[in-house]
Design a protein around this ligand. Structure first.
Ligand SMILES: Nc1ncnc2c1ncn2[C@@H]1O[C@H](COP(=O)(O)OP(=O)(O)OP(=O)(O)O)[C@@H](O)[C@H]1O
Ligand SMILES: [Mg+2]
Length: 323
């Protein structure tokens, strides 16, 4: 049984212009696996992560599918059942630590709150664990007395990660935990997350805009476009042989870190309005290799070697279907 199994997940924003921000998303996360989620702004990455952790609030709502964590469906759990799992078995690090940390409480007080809300600990145990997790992320335990504004951006992100590790969960869900940092600090934090992961053995679902980060750190890659998974597979495979034109565009849009300098072609245009879905492939209006039928046919996910791609060009040839 995989650690996390997401099937046909659907999330809608029921605003004045209803939008399906996560549309029929399925993927699995194995024990200790690092899954990277990439895609342009607005394609539904944060909504997907919030849905996995059951942290969505109105107008967003899960309207279909399941999220099984160790075989138990989080989508149908009550808040009470969820609170027994959240933080202890899986935890979340969100896009901005400044929004997630309480500005008027010290780091130590926030750790103590999280620990006492989800378990029974003595004062000594709380102190011991708090020091331990701060050391894990390379922060001097003296900062348990600091308030968030007294820490640098990088330290705040580390403190958030420390908080997510208080109970040594099996899964840590991270939404661009390094995006507020400069490139050097980003690298350092990523290396640290990866080290912690191999040391403690937790799995990670990681959203980022940075293709070079995922290329170095993730095992599996999920490429999202307009609320859908358009390509999924082992990271190396997707980087070496991207099957979907959107993945190719995304990769071309990022300079290779070590390779020769190439002109950035990027992807002209912008993602579609999710409140007005079109009849065919969602990428068709921007696709450099679209066929006439792409405007009218919605492609399913086709298997391409060890990966999957939502592109009609990846449909098996008719003779392959027969055999
Ligand atoms: N509060 C909201 N009300 C209505 N629609 C929303 C709301 N928040 C998000 N959406 C819709 O959901 C889509 C996905 O948003 P989401 O924040 O998940 O994207 P993202 O991939 O995380 O983007 P980014 O890379 O900028 O963080 C948006 O394009 C928008 O259509
Ligand atoms: Mg986001």
């Amino acid at each position: 049984m995989p650690l996390l199994e997401v099937q046909h997940l659907r999330v809608e924003y029921a605003a004045d212009r209803p939008a399906v921000a996560v549309d029929d998303v399925s993927f699995t996360v194995g024990e200790g696996e690092f899954v990277g989620v990439v895609g342009e702004s607005g394609c539904g990455k944060s909504t997907l992560l919030f849905a996995l952790a059951r942290l969505l609030s109105p107008p967003a709502e899960i309207t279909g599918g399941s999220v099984e964590f160790r075989g138990r469906n989080l989508v149908t759990m009550t808040e009470k059942q969820l609170s027994l799992l959240r933080w202890r078995d899986f935890s979340v690090v969100m896009q901005s630590a400044m929004n997630a940390l309480n500005p008027v409480a010290s780091v130590g007080a926030q750790f103590a709150d999280a620990l006492t809300a989800h378990g029974r600990f003595t004062k000594a145990e709380i102190a011991e664990r708090s020091v331990e997790v701060l050391r894990l992320v390379g922060i001097d335990p003296i900062h348990l007395r600091s308030h968030p504004h007294q820490l640098s951006g990088g330290m705040r992100q580390r403190a958030m990660i420390a908080m997510a590790l208080l109970f040594t969960p099996d899964l840590v869900i991270m939404d661009e935990p390094t995006s507020a940092l400069d490139v050097v600090a980003q690298r350092a934090l990523m290396v640290q997350i990866r080290q912690l992961q191999s040391q403690l053995g937790f799995a990670v679902v990681f959203v980022t805009h940075d293709m070079s980060l995922v290329s170095h750190f993730s095992d599996q890659l999920l490429v999202m476009y307009a609320g859908q998974v358009v390509e999924a597979g082992p990271t190396r495979t997707v980087f070496d042989r991207p099957a979907h034109p959107y993945s190719r565009g995304l990769l071309d849009a990022f300079p290779s870190v070590r390779g020769p300098r190439v002109p950035l072609t990027g992807i002209p245009g912008s993602p579609p309005d999710l409140s007005r879905p079109t009849a065919g492939c969602r990428f068709q209006p921007r696709c450099p290799v679209a066929l006439p039928e792409c405007a009218t046919t919605r492609p399913p996910l086709y298997q391409v070697g060890s990966a999957h791609s939502r592109c009609l060009l990846n449909a098996p040839a008719p003779e392959e279907v027969k055999s």
